[in-house]
Design a protein around this ligand. Structure first.
Ligand code: F6R
Length: 616
């Protein structure tokens, strides 16, 4: 969480910092602040609790001198509430040093006690200010910001990205990172730092990814990266494939609305370049066959929506590759001493590539000898860098906090992975594999049909449901994770109680929740493809209907069996059983968005959340 941006160059930095923060605001929106070193050589700082707009308004009402060296921060509160005082930047060394931070410094109380005993005082409750004061203390000793960073970084425990500048060293921004993201943007006579490339993509697409435990110093002329011991290290350049407009709202009412509309493209772009002569060949996995042929087990680790994508994909991976697959929440995985070794492939899924729990699970798996593959949407992110291999989803930048297009892209990537491995292992007849490829390639047009034909209907119907207190979602087989995803999306952006259940689990308890009028979404499997399951789900519908539930069925076109028992039917085009989830989730995304909008809520920035969860 927290967005970080830094700039040095010939231009005035305030506008660059504010527009960078606007693109990073999805990372946290409890407060925002900037600091610049002005033309007179003084350090000026402004920070305000609340969304970035509050800071913008404040700067418009009371302009601050501009300058060509600056740092900016948008916060998701960890230590200390979202107040002006706790907002970043934090100042130290007689207000000549400004520091911003993402992450958690675990030993901050010990360090604070030490600094208090030396006579330092504090103005906030944050761990960041402790780092700032310590940095000021070290700067006093060396008069060199990089040397001071080196001394401080070694003393900090936990995860952090720290950025700082000192008014005695204008034209220099220094950053350090451990288990928290930081990338460099290379310009002409100017350079940038950011939590991710969104911070600077409107200025440059030429970027460098910084490794763990490294310190970067940027000046207008260049970039130096060293490890915490001061040894220079080489950095990996990459070209940002997103263009700046991809991360703009572009006329849509919200980023979420735009991103739901991009679900067809997210799937199509993730497939592009990975199918040759009807077979899946993933170029990024070339030369890595042994990573997949020798494995006896796959464990997929992820959090939230990404974990539901994992659960959805797991059915196909196991069926097509005949390798046992399990799915675990990343934060549970590494605390239970799992049995893993070099015959285990741990696949991580993360849109941001920065989720701390997922990152730690990957590191844990590697330390225990497992092979690791990441499925990620963000270039230059930490998780792919910590993995043996990566399959990028090409969903484009996802800005709304609630994940939508990344979800369908993640399932698509899992299917591609399954078909790639199945080909290598010879576990799936070629004809069958080719059928699955055809089905997958047909998905984007089918999602588009759901959007074209059902969106207006679902939006209208979500408006009628704006006063609903609780919604349940039921599914079986691949429909089960989609039920979980439907419930998560609804709670997350509309603040309505929602639960997803495996339909078969109903009679083991949850059916007690059904009372007259209770809305229940039911994901109905195809009667053509899964006759047995279809019958079971129709029986489940009858059971809840008999107890007064208001049934909203998501069913394929032409399925008449649900009609007598459903109050609403949301139609999806015909598709094979593994491909239905990619269609069935779309009405649920539209519904959550429609209902939250009807309640007048900000669908892009729901309360208490941030898009990238970089703390455990
Ligand atoms: C829900 C949502 C979250 C994320 C989760 C993992 O809409 O967005 O549940 O899916 O925090 O994030 P990534 O995929 O970035 O690891």
């Amino acid at each position: 969480m927290c967005g970080i941006v830094g700039y040095v160059g010939p231009r005035d930095s305030q506008a660059i910092l504010i527009s960078g923060l606007a693109r990073l605001e999805y990372r946290g929106y409890d407060s925002a602040g900037i600091a610049v070193i002005d033309a007179a050589g003084d350090l000026d700082m402004r920070k305000r609790a609340g969304k970035l707009q509050v800071l913008r308004d404040d700067l418009a009402a009371h302009p601050m001198p501009d300058g060509t060296t600056g740092i900016g921060h948008t916060r998701w509160a960890t230590h200390g509430g979202p107040t002006d005082a706790n907002a970043h930047p934090h100042l130290a060394d007689d207000d000549k040093l400004a520091v911003i931070h993402n992450g958690i410094i675990e030993n901050f109380s010990e360090l604070k006690a030490e600094l208090l005993s030396l006579g330092y005082t504090f103005r906030s409750e944050t761990d960041t200010e402790v780092a700032a004061v310590l940095l000021g203390h070290e700067y006093q000793a060396s008069g060199d910001l990089v040397a001071a960073f080196r001394a401080v970084a070694k003393r900090l425990e936990g995860a952090f990205t720290l950025l700082a500048m000192h008014q005695d060293q204008p034209g220099l921004v220094v950053g350090a990172r451990r288990n928290s993201p930081l990338v460099i943007g290379l310009g002409e006579g100017e350079n940038f730092l950011g939590s991710d490339v969104a911070a600077f993509v409107e200025h440059t697409r030429s970027a460098l990814a910084i490794g763990q435990d490294e310190i970067v110093a940027i000046t207008p002329e260049g970039v130096t990266v060293t490890d915490f011991a001061g040894e220079e290290v080489s950095v990996e350049p990459f070209e940002v494939v997103w263009d700046a407009s991809a991360a703009e709202k572009g006329g849509w009412s919200s980023f979420m609305a735009k991103e739901v509309s991009e679900e067809p493209d997210a799937v199509a772009n993730t497939i592009r370049g990975r199918v040759h002569d009807g077979q899946v060949v993933i170029p990024e996995l070339e030369g890595l066959d042994d990573l997949f042929t020798g494995i006896r087990r796959v464990i997929i680790v992820a959090c939230g929506t990404a974990a539901y994508a994992a659960q959805t994909g797991a059915y196909a991976i196991e069926q097509w590759t005949r390798v046992p697959v399990s799915v675990e929440l990343a934060h549970e995985f590494r605390y239970r001493d799992p049995v893993i070794g070099d015959d285990t492939l741990v696949v991580s899924i993360s849109q941001s590539g920065e989720t701390m729990d997922t990152l730690m699970a990957v590191k844990y798996a590697r330390e225990r000898g497992a092979r690791t593959l990441s499925i990620c949407n963000t270039q230059g992110a930490t998780i792919p860098r910590e993995s043996d291999a990566v399959i990028y989803t090409h969903a484009g930048p996802e800005v709304a906090v609630a994940s939508t297009k990344a979800f369908v892209a993640q399932i698509t990537a899992l299917y591609l992975f399954a078909l790639h491995v199945a080909r290598l292992r010879g576990s799936l007849p070629a004809v069958e594999a080719a059928d699955h490829v055809r089905e997958l390639e047909a998905v984007p047009a089918k999602i588009q049909r759901v959007l074209d034909e059902e969106q207006a209907h679902i939006e209208q119907f979500s408006r009628w449901m704006a006063d609903t207190q609780s919604v349940l979602f039921l599914g079986r087989h691949v429909g089960y994770p989609i039920a979980l995803e439907g419930a998560l999306k609804l709670k997350e952006i509309s603040y309505i109680h929602a639960e997803g259940f495996a339909a078969g689990e109903l009679k083991h308890g949850p059916i007690a929740l059904i009372e007259p009028g209770q809305p229940v979404f039911v994901l109905v499997p195809s009667p053509r493809e899964s006759a047995e399951l279809h019958k079971k789900v129709v029986s489940n519908i009858q059971e809840i209907r008999a107890r007064g539930a208001r049934v909203i069925a998501v069913a394929e076109e032409g399925d008449a069996a649900v009609l007598p028992f459903a109050d609403e039917v949301l139609r999806i085009p015909l598709a094979g059983p593994f491909f239905e989830p990619l269609l069935a989730v779309v009405p649920l995304h539209i519904f959550a968005m429609g209902l939250a909008t009807a309640k007048g809520l900000d669908v892009d920035q729901p309360r208490n959340l941030a898009k990238s969860v970089t703390v455990e």
